[in-house]
Design a protein around this ligand. Structure first.
Ligand code: AMP
Ligand code: ZN
Length: 120
């Protein structure tokens, strides 16, 4: 299997079941990804222990990003399935720090997965 996330060279954070590392094509400064150590295609196939391990690392990642980059907000997102935009089929949670002024009108945030529907 040729999975880029099964061989992450230097995770920044880890616990027993999960890793956290910086996205190599960050949407914003400090963009991190969190993955289970086990190769699992999609979020809904994770065990509750893996979900808990990911959640714990997301909070540690948030503390790290706060300290290093001092963002003004965050988006958390998971693409599940090709139709939803997933390109790497090893579950990953995006933690994307947001900065005032990083886009003209941020209202709606993750609703922007369908850009025309972002604002209501
Ligand atoms: P997704 O569209 O949710 O499947 O996103 C995959 C994410 O993985 C994208 O944000 C990529 O920038 C990121 N990515 C791809 N390859 C690597 C890598 N080797 N190390 C870190 N991040 C990666
Ligand atoms: Zn994998």
């Amino acid at each position: 299997m040729n999975c880029p996330f099964c061989s992450i060279p230097e995770p920044v954070l880890q616990n027993e079941l999960a890793y956290g590392f910086y996205d190599i094509y960050p949407v914003n400064k400090g963009h991190m990804l969190f993955i289970p150590k086990r190769h699992v295609d999609q979020y809904f196939d994770l065990t509750s222990e893996e979900r808990q391990a990911l959640d714990e690392l997301i909070f540690k990642g948030k503390a790290l990003i706060d300290e290093k980059f001092n963002p003004d907000g965050y988006n958390i997102g998971i693409n599940i399935g090709e139709a939803a935009g997933q390109t790497i089929f090893h579950v990953h949670v995006h933690l994307i720090p947001r900065y005032k002024g990083d886009m003209e009108e941020p209202r709606g945030g993750v609703r922007g997965v369908i850009p025309d529907k972002r604002m209501y």
